[in-house]
Write a protein that binds this ligand. Sequence first.
Ligand SMILES: O=C[C@H](O)[C@H](O)COP(=O)(O)O
Ligand SMILES: C=C(OP(=O)(O)O)C(=O)O
Length: 360
Amino acid sequence: MHAASALDSDSQRLDNQRTTSISPLLSPALLRQEHPIDAAVAKTVAQGRADTVDILDGRDDRLIVVVGPCSVHDPVAALDYARRLAEHAEGLRERLHVVMRVYFEKPRTTLGWKGLINDPDLDGGFAVNKGLRIARRLLLDISALGLPVGCEFLDPITPQFIADTVTWGSIGARTAASQVHRQLCSALSMPVGIKNSTEGDVQVAVDATKAAAAGHVFAGINADGLAALLTTSGNPDCHVILRGGAGGPNHDPASVADALERLRAAGMPERVIVDASHGNSGKDHRRQAVVVEELADRIGAGEPGIVGVMLESFLAAGRQDLTLGRAADLEYGRSITDACLDWPSTARLLDRLADVVGRR
Ligand SMILES: O=C[C@H](O)[C@H](O)COP(=O)(O)O
Ligand SMILES: C=C(OP(=O)(O)O)C(=O)O
């Protein structure tokens, strides 16, 4: 008894020396009960995933287009964008499989706003339970338009709250090498695109698709939010996203061929999505249009292996700086993270991609 209390006080002195508070997180089951998925949304998600896998595996010759804001900071503007995209995508559905980027978790190079789940009020208040509620509601509302959604998964706890609503997932350039994220991919029920590293290393993404295709046993949480051991069977639908890197772009034919060769050598399916933004645009949103035009020419000419294109796009062009606590000063529909194409340019580029897919 005496020994046990000595241990408790020792561990109190040794533990949580840098954790300033620990507060309750709502459970995934509670959030799912508050914002349940209905039959129409479930159909959009299931059909969207099946269509994505058919394109990845070459049974459907449409092109996947993952398009939308760099990050969601204003759910009203995101839904406004989604309505326009859903209507436009409907007219192109024979040629393009359009998935909207609805990204709530931002991996930062150093510091910065980490996304709507982490800080939904954009004021450093970190109302995470509120962020999760807004995120799930928005994912359901966008999917209810018949528009499938794509999310980056960054925090390994978050998927339990939203993954049932997500058609396509992504692992970013900063986490492609992470065992935690590769294990997570092995559990995810949707196809997942994995980016090359920020340095431009493509092999790390190829290795990640291989690691994620295998089963793993790892610690996570269950639907009640309790710590649990998860045993997974592996995700065969992971694929590489070429996003360029420190050495420059990698959307050119030689880089695409190199990535396909690396996949072949690893025994993985030879297919890539090309991100027109990030290292491939040098973060200049106007360069995204140039990249897409180049890709369109090549896809139209029958270049193999490119199964999809990613674009960062919002209502207004470019980006703006956020001052924490001053969200009311932000301009409607303009990104607060990476610079985006505006809606009219995006619609034109979608038409261009649909046109070449129709002709190839
Ligand atoms: O796509 C988003 C950003 O490129 C990524 O989150 C890194 O952003 P940062 O370099 O501004 O932190
Ligand atoms: C963070 C992103 O990209 P990357 O990981 O390529 O920097 C993104 O697509 O939002």
